[in-house]
Ligand binder design. Structure first.
Ligand code: AMP
Length: 281
């Protein structure tokens, strides 16, 4: 596994692979590698000759009251995990490498990024689209892998790629879950046993919604009400949003749920820890 920290190192490292027309895949992450990241890397290995993992805690994605310094980090563990997972190139740039002094160019997507997480975290997707543009320019991947768990992020990146004609295919990988149904995430290890118990309500609500649709329910209001009811039974769970949206546009479902297209998406606080999850209905 080759380790790179600067744009120049990464470009130099990838140049021979591009010259040889190898299929290069990018898996962008913020590190603290877990099962979800491993699922993305495994999917990338199946389709690509060269797998590049970027590990960068992007300060642009954090709001005014969120601190990048508080984000879980594990550089040694990440290096080991990437090597074990068969990653070819790991890119761990500093903040100054990605945003050098005087940096003043930003990329925004202005429709898909607006609802849901865009409401509570207005700066978040601008951070995602800006860093994604830079990573795509440097890596020039043929494929880029994203998790279904961050559904809106994948939809925003897809729109960015379509609108700005990046020559990259976006691949979305199913959410990797722990045995109790909780989606793998960097904040899971921070949960106390009680909080973890309460967090299971998220998966419970998703499962119930899916079961209702399988039984023929098509009313978004009914399904959202039931999912919200399940979550609200738990004292530590505070709902940020529960919504049924189109999986491509993120528009709220009006009228009927469309199986295979509509997604129930949930964001909650469990005490001070934020979680998002979703299920295709
Ligand atoms: P992050 O490091 O949290 O920015 O996530 C990096 C990538 O991993 C994103 O594309 C996420 O959607 C994806 N990811 C995070 N958790 C999971 C999970 N439980 N299952 C699948 N993909 C995930």
């Amino acid at each position: 596994m080759q380790k790179t920290e600067t744009v120049v190192q990464l470009r130099d490292c990838l140049a021979p692979f591009h010259t040889a027309h190898k299929i290069v895949a990018l898996v962008p992450t913020m590190g603290a590698i877990h099962g979800g990241h491993r699922a993305l890397i495994a999917a990338a290995r199946e389709r690509a000759d060269i797998v590049v993992v970027s590990i960068f805690v992007n300060p642009l994605q954090f709001g005014l009251n969120e601190l990048p310094a508080a984000y879980p980090r594990d550089p040694e563990g990440d290096e080991r995990a990437c090597a074990e997972a068969g990653v070819d190139v790991v890119f761990t740039p500093s903040v100054a490498e990605i945003y050098p002094r005087g940096f003043s160019s930003y990329v925004t997507e202005e429709v898909v990024s607006r609802p849901l997480c865009g409401v509570a975290r207005p700066a978040y997707f601008r951070g995602v689209t800006t860093v994604t543009t830079k990573l795509f320019n440097v890596v020039q991947p043929a494929l880029a892998f994203y998790g279904q768990k961050d559904l809106q992020q994948a939809a925003v990146v897809r729109k960015l790629v379509a609108d700005l004609a990046f020559a990259v295919e976006i691949v979305v990988v199913p959410t990797w879950r722990e045995p109790d149904g909780l989606a793998a995430g960097v904040r899971n290890p921070l949960l106390t046993a009680t909080q973890r118990q309460e967090a299971r309500a998220i998966y419970g609500a998703l499962e119930e919604a899916k079961a209702m649709v399988a039984k023929g329910v098509r009313s978004p209001d009914r399904v959202v009400a039931e999912a919200t009811h399940i979550l609200s039974q738990h004292r530590r769970v505070r709902v940020i949003y529960v919504a049924i949206v189109d999986q491509v546009t993120m528009e709220a479902a009006r009228g009927e749920i469309i199986p295979g297209r509509s997604v129930l998406t949930i964001a909650v606080w469990i005490d001070e820890i934020r979680f998002i999850d979703n299920v295709l209905l």
